[in-house]
Ligand binder design. Structure first.
Ligand code: TPP
Ligand code: SF4
Ligand code: MG
Length: 294
């Protein structure tokens, strides 16, 4: 039967290859920045043309932690704060795979903070994408180690008074070899950063600023998701390579974004092999992963 030219031809979704369509509709609120961030990751994987059998996405918990369940690659929704140690184990067992941690600010930097700094210190070859929405969103909008001073949360109704972490500075000073920050508005730049981070050998870190458009925006009377985007359009300042002591985030002030760090340094496995070679000489067979035969 010939196809009627006037009938629309049904085509698959452009991201069908990368997203588990059977899990849709997703649980996220419509204006949430998580949508654009996941699209950036999927686009990055597509553009890099990596064999998807060699990609794993690992998440902790929370709204952001749901990402692992939506990506159509080997993916793991782990326990609170344990995405990085899980990813580390996966990387050591299968160094040939690209291991990407995609998780929230509360998960990665609060309960998971120690894993974050030590995995960066060792320069383990994984990529960490942190969606910083300034709160613990899924559990009701509690204060997080990333909440800007004076911002209201459900547990700081009169305004936060604790100093938040500066995540790019924390990552870089802990040992990351690639560090970038963009907002959920900067979809193309974020995609480029994710591609660079995945291609980088060593611990790479991309922070995505995407304030929770439901709880954080409501508690602070910041308007709709579109208003948040307008804010980042008007207030993001691109400063590649800036001194990271200058990229603190203050409540509703300018946000410095860009590629901050891109350096070379031996990875954890490079150091392990070099260290053992130094001691055992030719008797040492460099570790390349797998079942111990190599
Ligand atoms: C051990 C443990 N403690 C507490 C929780 C409850 N909990 C679930 S999600 C979450 C907050 C996650 O915050 P974040 O990582 O920023 O994710 P978001 O929801 O903001 O994307 C917490 C505390 C849990 N699941 N496990
Ligand atoms: S509660 Fe906040 S972080 Fe969670 S999906 Fe909704 S807008 Fe996004
Ligand atoms: Mg959060």
């Amino acid at each position: 039967m010939s196809v009627n030219a006037k009938q629309p031809v049904e085509e698959g979704h452009p991201m069908e290859e990368l997203l588990r369509m059977d899990r849709s509709p997703h649980i996220w609120c419509p204006p949430c920045g998580l949508g654009t961030t996941v699209t950036a990751l999927a686009t990055a994987l597509k553009q890099l043309q990596i064999d998807l059998n060699n990609v794993a996405v690992v998440s902790g918990i929370g709204c952001t932690g749901r990402v692992a369940g939506y990506m159509k690659v080997d993916s793991f929704h782990t326990t609170h704060g344990r995405a990085i140690p899980f990813a580390l184990g996966l990387h050591i067992a299968r160094p040939d795979m690209k291991v990407i941690v995609f998780s929230g600010d509360g998960d990665l930097i609060s309960i998971g903070g120690n894993h974050f700094i030590h995995t960066a210190r060792r320069n383990v070859d994984i990529t960490v994408i942190c969606v910083n929405n300034f709160i613990y969103a899924m559990t009701g909008g509690q204060v997080a180690p990333t909440t800007p001073i004076t911002a209201k949360t459900s547990t700081s109704p009169y305004g936060n008074y604790e100093h938040p972490f500066n995540l790019p500075l924390l990552a870089a000073s802990s040992g990351a070899v690639y560090v970038a920050r963009w907002t959920a508005l900067h979809v193309r730049r974020m995609t480029t950063a994710i591609k660079e981070a995945i291609s980088k050998k060593g611990f790479s870190f991309v922070e995505v600023i995407a304030p929770c458009s439901t709880l954080y925006a409501r508690l602070n009377k910041l308007g709709s998701g579109l208003d948040l985007m307008k804010f980042y359009h008007d207030n993001s300042v691109i400063k590649h390579g800036v001194d990271l002591r200058e990229v603190d985030i203050n409540y509703q002030s300018k946000v410095i974004v860009g590629k901050f760090i891109d350096i070379e340094k031996p990875t954890y496995l490079d150091c392990l092999n070099e260290g053992n070679k130094r001691v055992f000489g030719d008797k040492y067979k460099p570790y390349g992963g797998g079942n111990g035969d190599n």
